[in-house]
Design a protein around this ligand. Structure first.
Ligand SMILES: *Cc1c(COP(=O)(O)O)cnc(C)c1O
Length: 397
C-alpha cells in the first residue's frame, strides 16, 4: 500500500484554473478530416454544417459564422443601421466587446446600470431613460442631452444568466428600435423557456477559449431575417459583388470563420448540453458549500431563467466575511486556486468614459466585491471541495 494518498498529492500539486476548455469529443477527428482533405480555410463543409447545427440548436432561421464574437456584434450593429454619431444603449457591467463594436460603427454607447438580483441590464432604468431623457425629432428618437439618434438596444446576457428581456423587447417595439442580444456568455441559457440570442432581432455569440463552447476563436450571428443573414454573409466576406471579377461596391470585412475552427465548433456543440448540465451542477455545489458563510452572497437564478452557469461569481461583504475580495484572491492563489474580479464598469473605463443610465452604483459595487471562482466543465468535485474549503477557512481565520 502506498504511503502517499494519491488524491491528496494531486490536490496540493494541482493548479485549479478559473475556466478552461473541455476537449473530449470529436474535435480531433473533425479537424483531422479538414487537414486530410485540404479544406482548412473559410470555405468548406464544416462551416455550413456548424451554421446549420447552431441555428437548429438555438432555434434561429439563420446563423452566420464569424471570426469572433466582437466581429459578429460589429456586423450586427451595422446591419441594424447604426451609423456614425448614433447612440446605442448597452450594459455597463460587461466585458468591453459590445461597447467597442458600437464604436467600430462610429456610434456611441450609452451605458445602463445592472439590477441587483442577477447583475443583468436593468430594463426599468432603460425605460426611464427612453421615456424621460429622450425626445422625438424629425420622426426619430434622440437623446435630449446630446441630440444623438438612438439607433439600437444591445442588452448583454452576462455570466451565463439571461437579461430579463421581455421589458427590453417591449421598449424595442414601443420605440421602434432594433434589439441585438449579446449572448456571448450565455449560450445554452433559457429565458422563459426560450434560448437566449433568438428573442431579439439578432443575436451574437462567442466561441473564445473561455466561453461555453470554443473554436479557439470564433463567433456567430443569428437572426430570423433572411435579408439580414444574407447581408451578414456578404459583409463578413469582403462584400464581394462579383467574386470572379473582383467587383466590390462596399467596404466589407474579412470576418469569416475557417473550416478548421468550424470543425471544432461542430464537435463542441455536440457536447454543449453536457457542459451546461455540468456547469449547473458546479453552481449548485457552490451554493450548497458557500451559501451559509457570513458575508458571502452566492449566485441566484431568476425563476424565469435557466442559467448556463458560465462563470460562477460570488459577492463578498468584507466586514462580515472578515476579508476583502482582494485578500481572498491572494489567499486562494497561494493555495493554487485561480479567481478573478469582474470587469471595470464601462462607464468608468478610460476607453469609453460615458454616462450611465441609472447612475452605475450597482455595477461599481459589483466591481468592488465580486469574485469569479473556478468553474471549468472539467472541474472535479474534489477540486471544487478544495475551493470551498479554502474560502471557508479564509473566512474563519
Ligand atoms: C467574450 C465576449 C464577447 C466576444 O468576444 P470575442 O473574443 O470577440 O469572441 C462579446 N461580448 C461579451 C459580453 C463577451 O463576454
Amino acid at each position: 500500500m502506498s504511503v502517499i494518498d494519491p488524491s491528496k498529492k494531486g490536490e496540493t500539486a494541482a493548479h485549479i484554473p478559473l475556466c478552461v476548455p473541455e476537449i473530449r469529443g470529436n474535435e480531433w477527428e473533425y479537424i483531422k478530416e479538414c487537414l486530410d482533405t485540404n479544406w482548412v480555410s473559410s470555405a468548406g463543409s464544416y462551416v455550413d454544417r456548424f451554421e446549420r447545427e447552431f441555428a437548429d440548436y438555438v432555434g434561429a432561421d439563420h446563423a452566420v459564422a464569424c471570426v469572433n464574437g466582437t466581429a459578429a456584434l460589429h456586423v450586427a450593429l451595422e446591419i441594424a443601421g447604426v451609423e456614425s454619431g448614433d447612440a446605442v444603449l448597452t450594459s455597463t457591467l460587461t466585458f468591453i466587446a459590445p461597447a467597442n463594436a458600437v464604436r467600430y460603427c462610429g456610434g456611441w454607447p450609452i451605458f445602463v446600470d445592472a439590477e441587483e438580483g442577477h447583475l443583468q441590464l436593468d430594463a426599468s432604468k432603460l425605460r426611464n431613460f427612453l421615456d424621460q431623457r429622450c425626445e422625438e425629432s424629425n420622426g426619430e428618437l434622440v437623446d435630449a442631452e446630446t441630440g444623438r439618434r438612438i439607433a439600437a438596444l444591445l442588452p448583454v446576457h452576462i455570466l451565463g444568466h439571461p437579461v430579463d428581456l421581455e421589458p427590453v423587447l417591449e421598449l424595442g417595439e414601443e420605440y421602434n428600435l432594433p434589439v441585438i442580444e449579446d449572448a456571448s456568455e450565455s449560450l445554452g441559457a433559457l429565458y422563459r423557456g426560450e434560448p437566449v440570442g433568438v428573442l431579439g432581432d439578432m443575436g451574437c455569440f462567442s466561441f473564445n477559449g473561455n466561453k461555453m463552447i470554443t473554436t479557439g476563436g470564433g463567433g456567430m450571428l443569428v437572426t430570423d431575417n433572411s435579408e439580414w443573414a444574407e447581408r451578414a454573409r456578404y459583409l463578413t466576406t469582403q462584400a464581394k459583388d462579383d467574386p470572379v471579377e473582383y467587383i466590390h461596391r462596399e467596404i466589407g470585412y474579412n470576418y469569416r470563420l475557417t473550416n478548421l475552427q468550424a470543425a471544432m465548433g461542430c464537435a463542441q456543440l455536440e457536447q454543449l448540453d453536457e457542459y451546461v448540465a455540468k456547469k449547473r451542477r458546479i453552481a449548485e455545489r457552490y451554493g450548497e458549500g458557500l451559501g451559509d458563510v457570513p458575508g458571502i452572497e452566492p449566485m441566484y437564478e431568476a425563476e424565469w431563467a435557466r442559467s448556463s452557469a458560465w462563470l460562477y461569481t460570488i459577492r463578498i461583504e468584507a466586514e462580515s466575511f472578515g476579508m476583502s475580495r482582494h485578500v481572498l484572491t491572494d489567499t486562494l492563489s497561494d493555495a493554487g486556486i485561480e479567481s478573478r474580479p469582474l470587469w471595470q464598469p464601462l462607464h468608468e473605463s478610460p476607453a469609453h468614459e460615458s454616462r450611465c443610465v441609472g447612475g452605475g452604483r450597482i455595477a461599481e459595487r459589483v466591481k468592488a466585491d465580486a469574485l469569479c471562482l473556478p468553474c471549468s466543465v472539467g472541474l472535479t468535485p474534489e477540486q471544487q471541495q478544495k475551493v470551498i474549503r479554502e474560502i471557508r477557512k479564509a473566512g474563519e481565520a
